[in-house]
Write a new protein. Structure first.
Length: 125
């Protein structure tokens, strides 16, 4: 029982922190491409919904939404640094805050996996 509570606290903390990083970057991203600033803002709002879902132990709105947010952010970052996003050129790798956000998004999958795999196995049976 303690393990589940620690996973929930860790999951909530990590997804909220990545949301805060994204809201911090909204003005700069909006200057580069308005749609990207809007996506960063939506990420922030969705991270709040995910954290609330994790707190109330709602699997779909908590853990899965957070997993999709993290995966989408990682993929978006990699695309923006390799082939580029629409209306933008390929960006340079970095800054350090982006690396920290990617690290947190990867860390999110530790409690996400620990919490979700047993539930998904039960649902399949």
């Amino acid at each position: 029982m303690v393990k589940v509570k620690i996973n929930r606290v860790l999951g909530m903390s990590v997804i909220l922190l990545t949301g805060l990083i994204h809201i911090y970057n909204v003005p700069g991203e909006y200057q580069d491409a308005p749609y990207l600033g809007a996506l960063f803002f939506v990420f922030f709002l969705a991270s709040i919904v995910s954290a609330i879902g994790i707190y109330y132990n709602h699997f779909m709105w908590g853990w899965i939404l957070g997993g999709l947010l993290s995966l989408g952010a990682i993929i978006g970052y990699l695309i923006s640094r390799t082939v580029g996003l629409p209306l933008m050129e390929v960006e340079d790798w970095g800054p350090v805050l982006a690396y920290f956000s990617i690290f947190l998004e990867i860390v999110y999958f530790i409690p996400f996996t620990a919490f979700s795999l047993p539930i998904l196995r039960k649902a399949r049976c």
